[in-house]
Design a protein around this ligand. Structure first.
Ligand SMILES: *Cc1c(COP(=O)(O)O)cnc(C)c1O
Length: 433
């Protein structure tokens, strides 16, 4: 896989190099420079293929210059001890549940794949790395879980104090060992800015071998394309192309779907569903991209005012809003619409949706009203049990907490509080690493 930076197309890297660099030297994001025609491979997959075998085949194809087949299989099988699941809500509406991994959210796919890729590439070498990542909730917990006890890798996670759910905080702060949580007095955009500033400091980056693991890392983005392909295979007998609805914040998940479609996955359309942080739907409406400070919503893992993957999307469409629009529609679902969707989804389908998933399903239903013949797959990004408080408030129901998360409740929190300034982060690094 040959990658270039969104800010410098001469900044060329292999997958192996790019996953350890994270953000490119000029602050750009790595994107695949080639769009291989995978139609043959994809059309040969059928329903009987396991998610891991399918993922191994794709990984082996993309990384054939860097890894042998066995290496690709090791990465995939060490990463995915869990699978996506598809459920029917109605005849033309399905949910693609991506929350059956260790932290019960879709970010487990990307984080686990990145961790096992790094492990594979570091194997037998005397190299070390520090993962520095900002989270609005779910990224950090998935990263913490995926990298916990991985050899030669330390993890530092910045999260906005008081703005992640109590359970998310437990996931970030209770692992210990090679995982350190920094509790930042500020919002998610502050955390993301501090990480970006640390990465743009060449000396710091070099000294600590800093690397990223949030959705800017291509090693997280790439595997997220697998479940789009898998979902299409499962419903291929319908004889239609699916429409994918993606509840979006930083737009990594959606971008991965767009990549899959450039390789030849049959997709009719994408729906980018956001909460009130709707800079991308606004861009699609007005042709103007106006990043802004994020606002807090029920679907807090989507509270992003300046989505980093927008650069990759622009690159994909050469900055042309019309090509963008031909493939993607934007929909904003506010908190009130989210909670009434949660109620309606529960009533009509007996399905408990987390607020993020509900944003997606509501957007899907609006689309189906206009296009009743289409087949819509709505990505379900987190287990409802992760957002207990919202379900209790809205539905008066306490969803069953998944076993993986139950055990966290009695664990003790360890975090280190810092101000929302990059100097504080630097001081912390100097002191502890
Ligand atoms: C991160 C997250 C999202 C948003 O995904 P992006 O790739 O950042 O757009 C949606 N839902 C949940 C539950 C998440 O954790």
């Amino acid at each position: 896989m040959i990658l270039a930076s969104t800010r410098n197309k001469n900044e060329i890297k292999t997958f192996h190099q790019a996953i350890f660099i994270g953000l490119s030297p000029e602050g750009g994001l790595y994107y695949p420079t080639e769009t291989p025609d995978m139609r043959d491979i994809i059309s040969r997959f059928d329903k009987s293929i396991s998610f891991n075998d399918m993922s191994s085949a794709i990984t082996a194809e993309f990384l054939k210059d860097e890894l042998d087949k066995k290496g690709a299989e090791r990465i995939v099988n060490n990463a995915f001890y869990f699978e996506p699941q598809i459920k029917d809500l109605s005849e033309n509406l399905q949910v693609l549940e991506l929350f059956h991994g260790g932290t019960c959210a879709f970010k487990d796919f990307g984080a686990s794949f990145l961790a096992s890729s790094m492990e594979e590439f570091l194997k037998g070498k005397d190299d070390k790395a520090i993962i520095l990542t900002a989270t609005s909730g779910d990224t950090g917990s998935a990263v913490a879980r995926a990298f916990h006890n991985k050899k030669n890798i330390d993890v530092i996670i910045l999260y906005p104090s008081g703005r992640v759910s109590p359970l998310q905080e437990k996931q970030l702060t209770t692992l210990g060992g090679n995982i350190q949580a920094l509790e930042v007095e500020g919002n998610f955009d502050d955390c993301q800015r501090m990480v970006k500033e640390a990465f743009s400091n060449a000396e710091l980056k070099q000294k600590y071998k800093l690397t990223s693991a949030n959705s800017i890392n291509i090693g997280r983005l790439f595997p997220q394309s697998f479940y789009y392909i898998w979902a299409e295979i499962q419903g291929r007998a319908r004889g239609k192309k699916p429409v994918f609805t993606v509840p979006s914040g930083n737009f990594g998940n959606l971008t991965a779907g767009l990549y899959a479609s450039t390789w030849g996955l049959p997709v009719k359309h994408f729906i980018a569903a956001t909460n009130n942080n709707d800079v991308v739907p606004q861009y699609l409406k007005k042709g103007l991209y106006e990043p802004r400070a994020s606002v807090q919503t029920y679907s807090n893992a989507m509270d992003v005012g300046a989505p980093s993957n927008f650069e990759r999307m622009l690159q994909l469409y050469n900055g042309n809003v019309d090509s963008f629009l031909s493939q993607i529609s934007g929909v904003k679902i506010d908190d009130k619409e989210t909670t009434s969707a949660m109620k309606q989804i529960y009533k009509d389908y007996n399905y408990l949706a987390c607020p993020h998933t509900a944003v997606g399903i509501e957007a899907s239903q609006r689309y189906l009203k206009e296009n009743p013949q289409d087949w819509v797959i709505s990505l379900s990004t987190a287990h409802p049990g992760k957002f207990l408080e919202v379900s209790q408030d809205v539905l008066g129901i306490t969803p069953e907490l998944p076993e993986e998360l139950k055990v966290l409740q009695n664990k003790k929190k360890y975090s280190y509080k810092i101000l929302n300034e990059t100097e504080e982060l630097q001081a912390f690094l100097k002191k502890h690493y």
